[in-house]
Design a protein around this ligand. Structure first.
Ligand code: SF4
Length: 434
């Protein structure tokens, strides 16, 4: 099958688009000037239920709608376009809206490491044992998700991209930091790169003969957005890619895919199932992760069904995230209390094999904060979230439970109040010793 990309310029060529009312097509035109939009023929033909597109989770995942922008932003932009304002004025307006959408959540710019006085602009080193590598050729995806927290990577004008090609410098940085044992290729989607390019990166790491580097990960949504990449019968390069995966696992590296699945519908067709089978035959493992998103997967039944399906296909549920405070998060966010309830109900329903999942987790400025539970103080009647960092910038601070005041409405860690009562403090200290 041929890969056909559609973006803002040519999406009207998609056959189904003609069934969308003119008002919806116009909305897509306007909103996609702010939120990066890209789809392809697999997503359109295999994943979206066009008869019910308005509520279809995969349509909402991939196609922007006007509720994803703040009302005043949408109206201003629409007004400027309808009244033929100058392009420079419209571009300035778009830039302003984007800057209002918190393009740098969790202080990502502070994670850039330095080697011999030079900032490695395509690397992030936040946690002791792992570096993230953003290869220049992998900074786009087969299609874009409307909720994506990496959206600035796809916006030319923001000029705040992480990306580099000089893998030798990354290898040297890893060599000089012996605690690092993992590299995560990320993006965008690094598996959008052709097999020869990925092979070049891998060979450079292998040749560097780094005693400390044992694990290679790829963060990817290719299994949802272009599973043909792993089917030799459909794509000429697929066999090369599978052969490369086998070569990596045969070289004594642990190879893992951090696959994004947001909804069980992404796993429900023979193409993705064959792709999963082929990857697993190479000795690689596939771990899964996704955020809980309003309008897409906000129910325990959806998560339980997704985890059950993943386990039956040999995937390993890994992270359940909380939507980050960036981009159109107002549309997707869900209160922490509700997310925790969804997690609890879903995990109870799923059975033993999904207990590999860590959730729900916020990728916050200091690290990955997991909500472990909700507890009450029988003396005061107050309620608390029990939280721990399963990853922390300061490794010593991982896995130390602490309490934050319970809130029905808060959607992010920074909206919670610290607990300072004497009554609770000893409990924090006791727990941190365990
Ligand atoms: S595939 Fe990943 S990086 Fe690409 S748009 Fe979706 S969430 Fe963002």
């Amino acid at each position: 099958m041929k890969f056909i990309t559609y973006n803002t310029k040519n999406f009207r060529e998609i056959e189904y688009i003609k069934y969308l009312p003119a008002s919806v097509r116009k909305e897509i035109d306007i909103v996609s000037k702010v939120i990066p939009f890209k789809t392809n023929n697999y997503v359109v033909d295999y994943l979206i239920d066009w008869e019910n597109y308005k509520t279809d989770p995969l349509y909402i995942l991939n196609f922007p709608n006007k509720n994803m922008l703040r009302r005043e932003h949408y109206e201003k932009l629409k007004h400027a376009i309808d009244n033929n304002h100058a392009t420079s004025e419209i571009n300035q307006l778009i830039f302003g809206i984007r800057m209002d959408m918190n393009p740098h959540p969790a202080r990502q710019m502070t994670n850039i490491p330095v080697l011999d006085g030079e900032q490695l602009k395509g690397v992030q080193h936040k946690y002791r044992d792992i570096v993230l590598f953003f290869p220049s050729q992998g900074q786009t995806c087969h299609a874009h998700c409307t909720f994506c927290f990496r959206w600035p990577q796809f916006v030319k004008e923001l000029d705040i991209k992480f990306s580099m090609r000089e893998i030798e410098k990354v290898a040297e940085y890893i060599r000089r930091n012996p605690d690092i044992n993992e590299i995560l290729f990320t993006g965008g989607d690094p598996l959008i790169m052709d097999p020869a390019t990925i092979a070049k990166y891998f060979d450079a790491l292998k040749t560097a003969n780094l005693k400390n580097l044992r694990n290679i990960r790829f963060g990817t949504k290719s299994l949802t957005y272009w599973p043909f990449a792993f089917l030799p019968a459909f794509s000429e390069e697929a066999q090369d890619l599978l052969d490369l995966f086998k070569r990596i696992t045969d070289s004594d590296f642990h190879l893992a895919f951090m696959a994004h699945f947001n909804h069980p519908n992404e796993l429900d067709n023979p193409v993705v199932q064959e792709a999963i089978y082929n990857i697993r035959q190479t000795g690689a493992e596939i771990r899964t992760q996704a955020p809980v998103l309003n309008h897409i997967n906000k129910s325990a039944q959806t998560w339980s069904a997704m985890w059950k399906k993943q386990v039956s296909l040999g995937l390993i549920p890994y992270y359940m995230f909380i939507e980050r405070e960036t981009g159109p998060y107002n549309y997707f966010e869900i209160p922490l209390a509700e997310v925790y309830q969804i997690y609890q109900d879903a995990i109870k329903e799923t059975g033993s094999f999904a207990k590999t999942v860590t959730g729900p987790v916020m990728s916050a400025a200091m690290g990955k904060a997991q909500i472990m539970g909700v507890s009450g103080n029988p003396v005061t009647g107050d309620k608390y979230f029990i939280i721990q960092y399963v990853r922390h910038r300061d490794h010593k601070k991982t896995f130390q439970p602490f309490f934050m005041k319970y809130s029905e409405k808060a959607t992010w860690l920074t909206q919670l109040e610290e607990v300072k009562t004497e009554l609770v403090k000893p409990a924090i200290n006791d727990a941190s010793l365990n």
